[in-house]
Structure formats: C-alpha cells, structure tokens
Design a protein around this ligand. Structure first.
Ligand code: BES
Ligand code: ZN
Ligand code: ZN
Length: 504
C-alpha cells in the first residue's frame, strides 16, 4: 500500500473513499466537518439524526457524494465514546475502514487525522497508529492459494489528510514509523503462517540472511558443531529428536557505536513443538507451527530498527530448533548441562522453550548487555491466566518493566505483570540436578519465568510470555484469525522510546 501525507481539507480531496471519524452519543456531526456537511446538503447530519450512524466503535456508514465534493464516497467510522477514546481505537477504526474499502473494491482512500481533537497523544503517534491499523487490517496470507478469490482486491493508495500545515512534518514521521512497524508485524504473521515443513530452523537462517541485507546489520550463525563446542546443552537437547539441524542465530544491528552496551532481544524459535516424547494431544497441534513467534518478532524488530536507522546497538538472538519425538530424542529424566554450566533435569520434554532460551539468555549475558528482553510462546498457563488480550510480563528490573508497560499502552500490545518471587523456585527443585524444567500445575507462567531468571545473572531483564496473544481465535478490526504477530510493535515502540530517552 502506498501511503502519503497531504495538506488539505476533506471537502477538497480527490479520492475514491473519504474516511471520517465520529463519536458515539453525539447527535450532530463534529464541528470540523460542518462545512463539508453543508456542501453535502446536510447528509452527515441526516445520518446522525436518523441513527443510521451512531458512532459506536467500528460501526461504519458508506454514502455516495454524487459530485457534491471531489471525493466519490464518504465512509463514516465510529470511534466510540469520546471520553473513552484511546490510540488503539484509532488503530481499530482504520483497520475497519480499510476492510470496508477493500470490500467495495475501491483502489484508494483518504483519511483525516482521527481523534486529534480528543487524544493527548502526539500527531506522530496518531499518524503511526492510523497507518498500523490500515496495514494490519488489510493483511492476508495467500502464499499457498493457487486459485484466485474475490478477496484478492487491495487498497493501493491511502492518503492522510492534514488540515493544519504545522502538523505536516509530524504526520510524515508517524507514517514512516507506522509503515515500518506495520510491515514488521505483517512479516511476523507471514513467518508464523508458513507451515513447519517450510519454516524450518534452516529457513529461519535464510530469513535472517535477508534481514542482514539491511544497513548496519550483521549475521552470525552457530551450527551444531559450534553449539557443541560452546556446550549449548539446552538447545542441543531439544534438537535431538529432530532431523532438522538446530541453528543459533545472532543478528547485530549497530546504529550506535559497537562499544555501547547492547539491548539484547532473545526470541524462542521452536519451528514446531510436538511436545517431543511428552507428546502433545493432536487437537490444535497444528498451531504449534507458530511456536517460533518470539524469534520471528526479534528478527522483524531488528529489521525495523535498521529500516528506521535507530541510533541504538541492538542484538537479536534466536535459538532455533524443532521439538520432535524420535529414537534419539531427549527423554524425561535426562539431565542436560546448559551453556551457563548449570544442570537441568528434564521431567517434561514439552517444556522445551525454557531449555533453549536458557542458552540464549546465557549467551546474551556474555555480550555485557544494557538489558535483555526475551519474548516467547512459553506456557499454556499464560493463556489460562490472561486470555487473548494481555502479554505476560515478568522481570528483575523495575525501570525496564515500566518502560515495557509504557510501550505496551502506546502500541496497544499491552503487558500484565506477574510476580517473580524467590519462593516460586521451590517448585523447580530437583533431587538429582540444579533444577528441573517443570514446576507442577500451580503458577505455570511464573515457574517458567523463574527458571529463565537463573540464566540472566544480574542483568536487567524482562521476559514476555506471548502464548496468550500469539494466535487469535476471533476476527478483530486489525487482527485476523491465526498468527497475530503481537509483541512486535511493542518491541519496536520500546526501541523508539529508548531513542527518545537518549535524546533527552
Ligand atoms: N509452546 C508451548 C506453550 C504454548 C501452549 C504456546 C499453547 C501457545 C499455545 C510450550 O512449549 C509448552 O508446551 N509448555 C508446556 C509446559 C508444561 C509442560 C510445564 C505447557 O504450557 O503446557
Ligand atoms: Zn512445548
Ligand atoms: Zn513450545
């Protein structure tokens, strides 16, 4: 989609569909469209008075303008109650609008800046949210369809109309950010949608190679021999049951001097999680092709940092493998010696994410990081605790946690904190090794994070459990059914905020 920012008034723009917002509980069109309404002979007022358009969040009304203004049609989209308006409602409204435009087969749309009169957010943030909503609302995965469908229509051009010329530069910056962040999320959705027979650890390396073509990005891949030499017992243990060779992928983006302590992102990259010998039930097992979401998000975030040329030093780490049963697979009771030197008794081979992450995190500490953020589809318990709308967050550093909370609010990919108290480690004690890899049924999300905490030393660290949010079972305004890529924009927003803080 080509996205532009143009100065101008809604009654002057030439487009197929002019997108306007409207609040709930208002009986008149808002003041900003009064002159437009006059040109249309009171059409907007009539839609309000007849209650055909009430402004409920994501409600739409489409009308033809029949030559009264250059725009061929007007699409009203509801923003919900005025005093409840948040940035994510703007994102949703744009997702709704773009889908409606696609439905009618119109190739272009133009939107006024939604919610500027009400939101405390900056113009940059509003424009960014609008573009994210539009790009993600129009996302589809068609790589394996061999027959055309009526769903193939796309909106080719979107214009953001800026009435106040003082807002022009900020709107353009917002579009730039929104474009990169939206594309990053779409990229993650693609990687997660590809089936596991395609998206193998080796294919993840190929994807990392494509990311390494961006300016300032360097790729290192450790193969099985190198992993053995270093002693990555966690990754190697999980990979034993698979014919696919494990890959340890390191992507370094140096937008700031290499000597600056890096922000290290670690992503769980299990390209298929069958459970291993502790085999999962077959119902919904196909969704485990997306158990590499964390890794995909790290990949996409590094790509976004490079595309935005952020002045940061960022390193992405992806321990990548399949988790399969097989004659050589690790067995319950096996003891692994991890990269950090600690030993782990594997009591359940399906708790594999923490095993590979332990090596990823231990590797991260060797880089003397400013902080570590890991992102992983780690526990079913996270889904039980939080449902579809919050990412689980646990960590050892208050400032870092609060930065991620803020980025979550801004991006609409919100996190919810769980406690990481020492008492929970009791559940991970083993009779034969330093720890075991499961902690029983209670507090499953916490014990998984507690396990990880043993591999980060004293570095500021946050763990994001995205098992709750990575797969949507419902169709939402800018999130379709299936892989969501949720977490990507959170990480990118966190990096953007790091840049702002540096500048202060
Ligand atoms: N990849 C799964 C977690 C998961 C479940 C992600 C559902 C997305 C949706 C993870 O590797 C796993 O199997 N965890 C186990 C851990 C348990 C054995 C302690 C779980 O949560 O059941
Ligand atoms: Zn598992
Ligand atoms: Zn898993």
């Amino acid at each position: 989609m080509n996205i532009q920012v143009k100065p101008g008034k809604p009654e002057e723009v030439t487009t197929d569909v002019l997108i306007l917002g409207g609040y709930q509980d208002e009986t008149e069109p808002m003041a900003s469209v009064h002159s437009l309404d006059r040109r249309l002979g009171g059409l907007l007022t009539e839609l309000r008075r007849s209650h055909e358009f009430e402004g409920k969040l994501n409600q739409t009304a489409l009308v033809h303008t029949r030559g009264a203004i250059p725009a061929k049609r007007i699409l009203l989209v509801g923003l919900g109650k005025k005093d409840k308006l948040g940035l994510d409602h703007v994102r949703q409204a744009m997702g709704t609008a773009i889908k409606r435009i696609r439905q009618i087969g119109a190739p272009s749309g133009a939107a006024v800046l939604l919610g500027v009169d009400q939101l405390a957010s900056s113009i940059v943030a509003i424009a960014q949210a609008m573009v994210e909503g539009a790009l993600l609302g129009s996302y589809r995965f068609t790589a394996y369809r061999t027959e055309p469908s009526d769903n193939d229509k796309t909106v080719k051009r979107l214009t953001l109309l800026v009435e106040d010329s003082g807002h022009l530069a900020d709107a353009k910056e917002g579009v730039r950010r929104g474009h990169v962040a939206g594309e990053a999320t779409a990229y993650v959705r693609d990687l997660c949608n590809h089936p596991a027979n395609v998206m193998t650890p080796t294919r993840m390396v190929a994807e990392a190679k494509s990311v390494a073509k961006e300016r300032g990005v360097r790729l290192t891949v450790l193969d099985r021999r190198q992993q053995e030499k270093l002693g990555m017992g966690g990754l190697l243990g999980v990979a034993r049951g698979s014919h696919e060779p494990p890959q340890f992928i390191i992507l370094e983006y140096t937008g700031a001097p290499k000597k600056e302590r890096p922000i290290v992102l670690v992503g769980k990259t299990v390209t298929f999680d069958s459970g291993g010998i502790s085999l999962k039930p077959s119902e919904n097992m196909e969704q485990m092709k997306a158990d590499m979401t964390g890794g995909a998000e790290v990949l996409a975030t590094v790509r976004a940092a490079a595309r935005l040329q952020l002045p940061l030093h960022v390193i992405g780490i992806l321990p990548a493998t399949e988790n399969m049963p097989g004659g050589r697979a690790m067995k319950p009771g096996d003891i692994l010696t991890m990269l950090s030197g600690k030993t782990v008794e594997v009591q359940n081979t399906d708790a594999e994410g923490r095993l590979i992450l332990a090596d990823g995190l231990a590797y991260a500490t060797r880089l003397k990081p400013a902080c570590i953020v890991d992102v992983a589809t780690l526990t079913g318990a996270c889904m039980v605790a939080l449902g579809q709308f919050a990412i689980g967050m646990l960590g050892n550093d208050e400032p870092l946690k609060s930065q991620l909370k803020t980025a979550g609010e801004q991006s609409g990919e919100r996190v919810w904190e769980m406690p990481l108290w020492d008492e929970y480690f009791e559940q991970l004690k083993s009779d034969v090794a330093d720890m075991r890899n499961i902690g029983g049924r209670p507090a499953g999300m916490i014990t998984a994070a507690m396990f990880l905490s043993k591999f980060v030393e004293e570095y500021p660290w946050v763990h994001l459990d995205i098992a709750s949010t990575d797969w949507s079972t419902t169709e939402r305004p800018y999130i379709g059914k299936g892989p969501t890529g949720i977490g990507t924009r959170l990480l990118i927003q966190y990096l953007l905020n790091c840049v702002d803080e540096k500048g202060r």
